[in-house]
Every structure is written in C-alpha cells, then in structure tokens.
Write a protein that binds this ligand. Structure first.
Ligand code: NAD
Length: 256
C-alpha cells in the first residue's frame, strides 16, 4: 500500500515505537490520529509532530482495549482527516514473570496485548471490506514467536497477537485487507528501561538480550521496517534476527 494521502490510527502513540511510526507516516504524507492511555504525553507528541508538519496529526487519550473508545477514535479520525485506511494496534504492556498474576492482571494483559487488536479489527473490517482496502498492523513481539521468554502474561498474549494477525491475513488477504505483524525485540523505548526498582521482568530480559546481541534497535529503525513491509505488503517483520538466534539452542520453532 502507498500510505500517501491515507489516514491512520496508531495506538500507544505517545512515545517509543508508536510515535516513531507516526512520524514516518507523516513524512510519507499520511495523516495520523495518535492515541494513548497517557493523554497528556500523546497530546505533547502530536504538538511536536505538528510543529514540523502542520495539520498532520491529531491525538486522543483512552484505553485501546475499550470498544467504545475505539469507535470514538475512528469517528474522530474520520471527521478530522477522512476514512481510516490503516490501524496500528501497537499499545502493549509487559507483565510479571510467572503464573502468579491476579485475575485482574491477567485480564489486563490479555485485554491490551490481544483483545485490543481483535476489537479494533472488528470495528474496522466491515467498512474495509466495502471499500476493498484496509491495512491492519499488529505490534506483537519476538516473544510472540518464542516461548522461552520468561513472562507468562507477555509471551502468551503476544503469541495470541501473532495468531490473530495470521488469521486476519489469511481470512481477509484476498479481500484487499492486508495485515502485517511486527515482532521486534530490544528496541530502545520506555519498555526497555523499567523504572528504577520496578519489578519489570520484560525490561530486564530485553536488556540482557540486547547485551548478548550486542546492539539495540532504535524505534526509528523499527518504523522504517514497518513502512517497508506495508509498501511490499509483507506479513511478518523480524527486525532483530540476531536476537532470535540466541534462542536457537533452546529448540524454538522460530522458522515458521
Ligand atoms: P512504550 O512503553 O514506549 O510504548 C507503549 C505505549 O502504550 C505507552 O505509551 C503506553 O502508555 C501505551 N499503552 C499501554 N497500555 C495502553 C492502553 N490500554 N491503551 C492505550 N495505550 C496504552 O514501549 P514500546 O516499546 O514503544 O512498545 C510498543 C509495542 O512494541 C508494545 O506492544 C510492545 O509490547 C512491543 N514491543 C516492544 C519491544 C521493545 O524492545 N521495546 C519489543 C517487542 C515488542
């Protein structure tokens, strides 16, 4: 898909990978609604992008896993810029290492890392089928391909996100609705730098992966990969193959 002139929604757009994707979309002449749980931060990011490219970005706060909020965002994007052609289900959270999450914590990580994707697709696909065009981009993770990563909540929900993206691609690919699934690891964002003293197993694991691989990706490198995948209509993006190699000796089914 050529994104020039198209309208996109990017969740988790306040910073990190989401903000980098929004900047790349704007540079490619798309219009973007960036949304995030952190309403102040996403508004500041929109202001910063608009300072360089006036009138290209709008923002909204809210929970990307809430169906009513998703519907409001789609309406806002359509009234501000026009029909939504691309949706980046990018917001995500880490989670504690083991099974010992409370019911509420399990619900939360499933909601944001999986059901947010399902609910956004459900809201957009009917219109996309009518128009014969739409692009769904899921940010999963290398943890969505490899089970060795030490967090039940994160790895399991990211596997589910990869599964949903595959299902979208297979089910709607011949109806003009494309899906790409992003599976990075070791990207220099807030997720990689848990707050001092915080028990964030994902951040620690990503840091050790980066140390072993000997490099860290910038969000901008990941955004470039995403835009290239959209242009080529490629499904799976693995911007950090060296990290996947680290897990090879553990017998992961990483080649699928
Ligand atoms: P980040 O923490 O900078 O960005 C995540 C954003 O999502 C934050 O701004 C946060 O406020 C927002 N968010 C969280 N819950 C939300 C909700 N319910 N509704 C709306 N927004 C919400 O980290 P990032 O690395 O840019 O993460 C983006 C995506 O990339 C995530 O899905 C993450 O799992 C995935 N990912 C990151 C890495 C990495 O190394 N950084 C690796 C693999 C996958």
């Amino acid at each position: 898909m050529d994104v020039a002139g198209k309208v996109a929604i990017v969740t988790g757009g306040a910073g990190g990978i989401g903000a980098a994707i929004a900047r790349r979309l704007v540079a490619a002449d798309a219009k973007v609604l960036i949304v995030d749980l952190d309403a102040d931060r996403v508004a500041a990011t929109a202001e910063e992008i608009n300072a360089a490219h006036p009138g290209t970005v709008a923002s909204a706060g809210g929970d990307a896993s809430d169906s009513a909020t998703i519907a409001e965002w789609i309406a806002q994007a359509e009234s501000t810029f026009g029909p939504v052609a691309l949706y980046f289900a990018n917001a995500g959270i880490g989670g504690a290492p083991g099974l010992d999450l409370s019911d509420e914590q399990w619900d939360q990580v499933i909601d944001i890392n999986l059901l947010a994707h399902v609910r956004a697709a459900r809201a957009l696909v009917p219109a996309w089928e009518e128009r014969g065009e739409g692009y769904f981009v899921s940010t999963a993770s290398a943890a969505g391909l490899l089970t060795q990563i030490g967090s039940a909540g994160y790895s399991v929900t990211k596997h589910a996100a990869v599964g949903f993206a595959e299902w979208m691609s297979i089910t709607y690919g011949d109806k003009g609705i494309r899906t790409s699934c992003l599976c990075p690891m070791g990207v220099d964002t807030k997720l990689l730098h848990p707050d001092e003293g915080a028990e964030d197993a994902i951040g620690k694991l990503m840091q050790s992966a980066v140390e072993t691989a000997g490099r860290v990706l910038t969000p901008e490198q990941v955004a470039d990969d995403v835009l290239a995948a959209i242009a080529d209509e490629r499904f799976l993006i693995l911007p950090h193959p060296e990290v996947l190699d680290m897990y090879r000796h553990k017998g992961a089914d990483y080649d699928r």
